[in-house]
Design a protein around this ligand. Structure first.
Ligand code: NAD
Length: 467
């Protein structure tokens, strides 16, 4: 199978040219560019369009159009062969009107400042939508973690923390894992911060990051939280619209943390995973695959490819599924007819062409910004209901917040308490979005932004603008 591109969308130039920014007047006022392929500009355009509908005051629109702080650092790291690499890192703090900045740290060779800015702005909107008292931030280091040895990755992390330590803190800016980082990276992160930041209360400063290993103050349920939050939203919306989860056919693009947890939890509720694709290939089984066994296969082999002629499933989903699957092409993957399609890989993968291939009723965004504006128009034209990322993938930051609360109180909650609190946040966010959809007669993405902006603008109205 041809490997899918994750960089520039393939939208036809003439279609992109039609993509005039609706918030172009604000971009002109702030001297911002009009590049339709720029993820940050796309994101802000969508936010400001919703702000117009909600009649958010102009001064607040221009505040939200730019991040408060953009921190860019360069730092040398010693490699195991004795050479030194100069790494580029970012931390963007978009807005903190609702609370400390919050957002993940990404290690990826394609990390750019504008992408990090877009992801930080999405965090502002996401935290507000699920009503956790955090603002929006995001960070990244432009490296490929897959080619680094473990101790090299540790030195990259420690130097990056040293470079940004003055700008983060347990009550100011709280990073977390994202693509290319994990609980181990967060453990090095917290340890470095605690050792260098001149902290009086060293134990309490472990709150500087979430997504930590459970032994170091991480929360139970954090690993599966984003996939679980997505399933909570789907379970709230789809059955009420006549599509029960039992027997529902779905596919996922991406089978990493978000994709595989969403798949496992969907299958637990009786849904059927009929197709999935990741960077190693695409696979299909019309009767449904065993999501649990597939997750184990990915851990063992690095991807979904080769999940073939193994024995029948033996997990609790086994009654509905078979273990194996056949390899299919990328195009066949997208064209597989399903009730629900879950993009859970990287940003901007669903462009105009792929959107035209997708054959589903519902489309629940697990990844951040997986859909290009032209891809979105095609989906809407084809009658697909898009459940947007700031709603569907907010489970991760919600349980990060619960981890931070547990750390602050020096307690550990059990999984039932974490799961039920997460569910409450997700269900209320889904209802808030549906309410805005009906009240303003808009699509679900615009509705989610409206529900989010409603909270932020109320807070700004109360706080006023300093001085
Ligand atoms: P991950 O690294 O665990 O998984 C990424 C998946 O994408 C993998 O299965 C990988 O094979 C696949 N992929 C990469 N390139 C691909 C390609 N070219 N074609 C097909 N598949 C490809 O990452 P994750 O944590 O699951 O995050 C996925 C998305 O969800 C990202 O956009 C991330 O920002 C977002 N997100 C994650 C969390 C979280 O808690 N992990 C929370 C909110 C949002």
């Amino acid at each position: 199978m041809a490997k899918a591109t994750i960089t520039a969308p393939t939208d036809a130039p003439e279609t992109v040219a039609e993509t005039a920014f609706r918030a172009g007047h604000v971009f002109d006022e702030l001297g911002m560019a009009h590049d339709p392929n720029n993820l940050y500009l796309q994101t802000i355009d969508a936010v400001l369009s919703a702000a117009e509908i909600l009649e958010v005051p102009h001064h607040l629109q221009i505040i939200l159009a730019q991040p408060k702080n953009e921190i860019m650092v360069h730092f040398p790291v010693r490699m195991n062969d004795g050479s030194y690499t100069l790494c580029k890192g970012y931390r963007v703090q978009h807005n903190n009107a609702l609370g400390p900045y919050k957002g993940g740290i990404r290690y990826h060779p394609d990390v750019t400042l504008d992408d990090v800015k877009a992801l930080a702005a999405l965090m502002t909107m996401k935290c507000s939508l699920v009503r956790v008292p955090f603002g929006g931030g995001k960070g990244g280091v432009k490296i490929d973690p897959r080619v680094l040895a473990g101790d090299e990755l540790m030195r990259v992390t420690r130097r990056f923390v040293a470079a940004i330590a003055a700008h983060i803190g347990p009550d100011h800016d709280i990073p977390a894992p994202d693509v290319g980082t994990n609980a181990q990276v967060m453990a090095w992160f917290a340890d470095t911060y605690q050792n260098i930041a001149g902290i009086k209360d060293r134990h309490d400063s472990v709150r500087v990051v979430t997504g930590k290993p459970i032994e170091m103050g991480g929360s139970v349920g954090r690993e599966k939280a984003t996939g679980q939050g997505l399933v909570d939203v789907v379970a709230e919306i789809l059955p009420a619209e006549g599509l029960p989860l039992e027997g529902l056919r779905f596919s996922t693009l991406g089978y990493g943390n978000v994709g595989s947890w969403a798949a496992r939890l969907m299958c637990e509720r009786g849904a059927k995973l009929v197709a999935t694709m990741d960077h190693t290939g695409a696979i299909f089984n019309d009767k449904g695959m065993d999501a649990e066994l597939l997750a184990e296969h990915c851990v063992e082999t690095g991807g979904v490819a080769g999940f073939g002629s193994t024995a029948a499933g033996h997990t609790k989903t086994g009654a509905h599924t078979q273990a194996g699957a056949e390899a299919i092409s990328e195009e066949e993957f997208y064209k597989t007819k399903v009730d629900l399609f879950i993009p859970a890989a990287l940003e901007q993968m669903i462009d105009q062409e792929r959107a035209g291939w997708i054959d589903c009723k519902y489309y629940a965004e697990g990844a951040n910004a997986p859909t290009t504006p032209t891809g979105e128009r095609v989906l809407i034209k084809n009658g697909v209901e898009i459940l947007p990322a700031i709603l569907c993938n907010a489970g991760g930051v919600t349980v990060s917040y619960l981890e931070w609360v547990q750390n602050k109180q020096n307690v550990s909650w059990d999984i039932e308490r974490v799961d039920s609190t997460l569910n409450k946040h997700m269900v209320l966010a889904a209802r808030r979005t549906q309410l805005a959809k009906h009240r303003y007669e808009v699509d679900m993405r615009t509705a989610a932004y409206i529900a989010s902006l409603d909270q932020i603008s109320k807070v700004y109205a109360m706080r006023g603008i300093f001085p």
